[in-house]
Design a protein around this ligand. Sequence first.
Ligand code: ZN
Length: 446
Amino acid sequence: MVTNLVKNRPVGRFFCLAPLAKQAYSGVSRSFPAGNSSGLFSMPTSVEQELAKGAHLSIISLVDALIEKAQESRASDIHVDPTPSGVKIRFRIDGVLQEVYIFPKEIHGEVVSRIKIISGLRTDEHQATQDGRFRLVFPNMEEFVDVRVSIAPTYHGENVVMRLLSDKAANYTLEMLGFSESDAAKIVKAAKKPSGMILSTGPTGSGKTTTLYTLIKMLNSKEVSIVTLEDPIEYAIEGIEQIQVNPRSDLTFANGLRSMLRQDPDIIMVGEIRDVETAAIAVNTALTGHLVLSTLHTNDAATTLPRLLDMKIEPYLVASTVSIAIGQRLVRRICHTCREAYKPTEAEKENLLSILPEHLKGKLGTLYRHKGCEKCNMTGFSGRIGVNEVLVMDPEVRDAILRKASSTDIRAIGVKNGMTTMFEDGLAKALQGQTTVAEILRVIHE
Ligand SMILES: [Zn+2]
């Protein structure tokens, strides 16, 4: 019951709305009333400091500090797992779960209650799963994080998982996502067209949805109507109609897209093109004067086009609707505090020269390897960065689709006409010391 109530309002229940943040919290270091707030702008209490207070700790400050710590550590999730000996706190950082704290088991109930209160959930319900949300505004007032909360009863008590939906998406630019200046320009050009399709591709967790959100935010203005169809809605964007796909009530991508068209939108974002039916409607929509943004599950930009043909879209329709296809991957960013510069050995150099594209060969000088320090939790990496490629639909690519050319052929045409491949983009970033060559080879197999 409770679950459904909250689920039906996927983006509601923010603990604090951003526009209010400036007035509401100036001078106070918290988004919600802190137990120990002096009213002066002070450094937030750390989790360690709070725990050291023993019986006098403030649960409110502890939960605040925990979320801030997670955000600082660039964690995507916080797990609060009750165990017989204590409450295990784990962060998922760069895709990997790490144990960060053990809270005394005596405070487990209070911590869960506090999280339920700020998420708008029932504190007296302990046997059912509950889902909620809240927004935490940070002391500098510029940043906030939206948190999606899932609570489930387990043998040792209620388990909480908080997904941090980074606010960074709110202010991302294409450059910040790792797009080169020229790739960003190609994307912006396609996004400014009144119709056509922009497709972002890559495996799960490759950053393709973030790219679409960034574009949507860029295009968002009073003069255009933007509707999105998502599963799930990951960020709430003001001024945009966001619809949650729900197969149980028959609101599929395909059905949703059909009914959205009656709402007279200019720009439509479809979370993912997964099936033949959605593909057909999306292409038709793009053909009839709408800009359609979507994602596809393919390996690289060039594969996107034959994939649409596999989904029974006629070649001439693919050729006349798709404006650009973006290929994406996320690689770990090397920690700038502890990275180690080194000169590659002759053998290593030879190896690298065999894989580097011509224009990067001259730039092979100092390389960096990851090491590990306190700042990066001894992993040697901190955060992630996108490596991308942008394939523009030019007359030659169009011809290739019409003759049903392979993705290898399409790719070759793209490269000939100025496409930087993900592999090249990644290697360039490694040479700049943003990541490592090993990391690029791990994520992108050429
Ligand atoms: Zn480090």
